[in-house]
Write a protein that binds this ligand. Sequence first.
Ligand code: GLY
Length: 383
Amino acid sequence: MREQKISETSETQASVRVELGDRSYDIEIAGGLLHKAGEMIVARLGKRRCAILSDENVAALHLEKLHNSLDAAGLSHGTIVLPPGEATKNFTPLAKACEELLQMEIERGDLIIAFGGGVIGDFSGFAASILRRGMSFVQIPTTLLSQVDSSVGGKTGINTAQGKNLVGCFHQPSLVLIDSDVLETLPARELRAGYAEVVKYGLIDDPVFFSWLEEYGPRILAGDAQARTHAIAVSCRAKARIVAQDERESGVRALLNLGHTFGHALEAWAGYDGSLLHGEAISIGMIMAFELSQKLGYCEDGAADRVEKHFKSVGLPTRIADIADENGPNADELLKTMAQDKKVKNGKLVFIMVHNIGESFIDDEVPMDALATYLQSQCAAKN
Ligand code: GLY
């Protein structure tokens, strides 16, 4: 366990290095950082022509600030604004954006800037990986979820009819710029959903961070700037450490999928229409991982209740019954979707299970009958 006191919460800025040899990069975190984005890009990556990919919501709120900052640093730029939402992460919008970028005469040495949440980050990173056989890109994430998870680590991709993120590749950004102030314009529900990914780092391997979140989580959501910066920094340090050890998820990186096999199945059932956000799905998924771990005798009793109490205290859903009426998912449907998940290895479902809060492990031996029984109990439960 790392030596960190619960009271150490005062961080106004942080710099985190993702160590990946000649592809190493920095994550810079601070309030108001957007105004310095241009000079930070020039300082690290030199003067480049930039192509910004963003969505309509982020562009309306923050694009001018980014443009001003690039102008001040003498960086020329073009911008493509995409429709918001998961539907953008698809072949057709990707092909269109790539052609528009080529129309702009983008060159291999130019820079793509992903300016938005997880959809824009994954989409732009994938576009950068295939354009001109691979271009550099900078992540400027604008949601809590993308700031603490998806902008770091180089997972890029789009969705297909068969599932989420099934077409994509690993392509690391050259720089990640996180302005914690942009969270002030994020809808409260999106902020809460991103918070579930913050809690995940405590649950994986940092019980002290989880205890800190039990105390400070409500302040993070209410807008306490220092608590927010600290939570983002701890999350990014954890992610950077794990990615440096296992960039392509052949081992320890899989721990970041705690709650995701359940969560992805719930998202597929809900239909990616905004009715169930990713963070909400993995909030429920993480409780399921804890409960199933308890049922299988891996985990101390009481851990699932403690995690659930925390998620409930910040207003996150924790049960299928919280998101479904009598037409909710059935266990067979969920199992079928789980079998299509990327976490399937040699035909076996790989789960992240837990011994306790902060003690997760990879398990490909979860008995299917116990899983099916547990899912049936959850699908049948009513509020
Ligand atoms: N979001 C999980 C990962 O980046 O590995």
